[in-house]
Design a protein around this ligand. Structure first.
Ligand code: NAD
Length: 293
């Protein structure tokens, strides 16, 4: 299949290259020419603009930072929408606001273009080895038509509901992860201050009700004070902002998400925005004036 691919960053580039390896003709566009050159080196083709990518591809996949970037890639001059024709499909794999996904879907429907929101979980290593988890919102018939394309990039592809449901699911994931890291760090801080080794607390409780994938993946980083990313605090701030915006749009109160967001803001103010989100533990080190290592 001919596929336009807009946004060839940390995630988009390996995802596009996996599509090339699977035999698809991929026409890539990114502001960053080096990223496009790497796709071409891997057997893909260069698109001159979003419009060009849409004209050359039967479908267009976008993998961009946030809602304003997707809006601009779709609807600005020479953007994707200018190159789309009736019956084509846009699959946005960026993690953005579900409210924005719905808006884009309505605007593309006016052009008789289908839209799926299909954000991913997994990070760069899983983008490279094609084992991302994809959560999709949109029409079931459109989903079934393009599931094979998504399967190339993923080990799990799940239709969750209507347009916006993919990003809502991604936000749920990000809320739970941030609050979970904060809960773990808070408990380890108390243990440390009380003279109990947090790593022993972890060993004692990890297989009980409090245990979690987050606890297993992040505890050692906290004990080592190793906050190399991983998933950056700056990106988690973006996701929690979208979660809070969505909560307010739907009149839902999400106090723990708001609290986690404020913790992340403190860390950003201390220039830790590029750290892994397990660096939430640093917040507790700062306010309690004690190291967790
Ligand atoms: P990135 O910043 O590395 O890549 C974004 C790319 O988009 C850049 O190369 C940029 O030049 C390009 N771009 C921006 N606006 C553009 C436009 N209008 N037209 C063309 N190109 C444009 O970001 P990333 O890490 O690849 O993340 C992409 C999305 O995936 C984000 O929503 C992020 O939250 C999500 N995500 C990231 C990870 C991760 O670990 N990095 C994991 C899961 C999900």
């Amino acid at each position: 299949m001919k596929i336009g691919f807009v946004g060839l960053g940390i995630m988009g580039k390996p995802m596009a290259i996996n599509l090339v390896k699977a035999g698809h003709e991929v026409f890539g566009y990114d502001f960053n020419q080096e990223n496009v050159a790497e796709l071409v080196k891997a057997g893909g083709f260069e698109a001159e603009s979003g419009k060009d990518a849409a004209q050359k591809g039967e479908i267009v996949i976008t993998m961009l930072p946030n809602s304003p970037h997707v809006e601009s890639a779709l609807f600005s001059e020479n953007g994707i929408a200018e190159g789309l024709t009736e019956g084509q499909t846009v699959i946005d794999m960026s993690s953005i606001s579900p409210v924005a996904s719905k808006d884009f879907s309505v605007r593309l429907a006016e052009l008789k273009v289908n839209f799926l929101d299909a954000p991913v979980s997994g990070g760069e290593p899983k983008a490279i080895d094609g084992s991302l988890a994809v959560m999709v919102g949109g029409d079931e018939e459109v989903f079934n038509r393009f599931k094979d394309v998504l399967d190339v990039m993923a080990s799990s592809v799940t239709l969750v509901g209507e347009v916006g449901a993919g990003n809502l699911t991604k936000l749920a994931n990000q809320m739970i992860v941030a609050i979970n890291i904060a809960a773990i760090s808070e408990a380890y801080s108390l243990a440390k201050k009380a003279g109990v080794d947090p790593s022993r607390v972890y060993q004692a409780i990890r297989s009980g009700l409090a245990g979690s994938t987050v606890m297993d993946q992040k505890s050692q980083k906290i004990f080592d004070g190793d906050f190399t990313p991983g998933f950056r605090i700056d990106l988690h701030i973006k996701d929690l902002q979208n979660a809070l915006d969505s909560s307010h749009a739907y009149n839902v109160s999400t106090p723990f998400t708001a609290q986690a967001m404020e913790i992340l803001q403190v860390l950003k103010a201390h220039d830790y925005g590029s750290d892994d989100h397990s660096g939430i533990a640093r917040y507790y080190e700062l306010v309690n004036n004690q190291k967790l290592q």
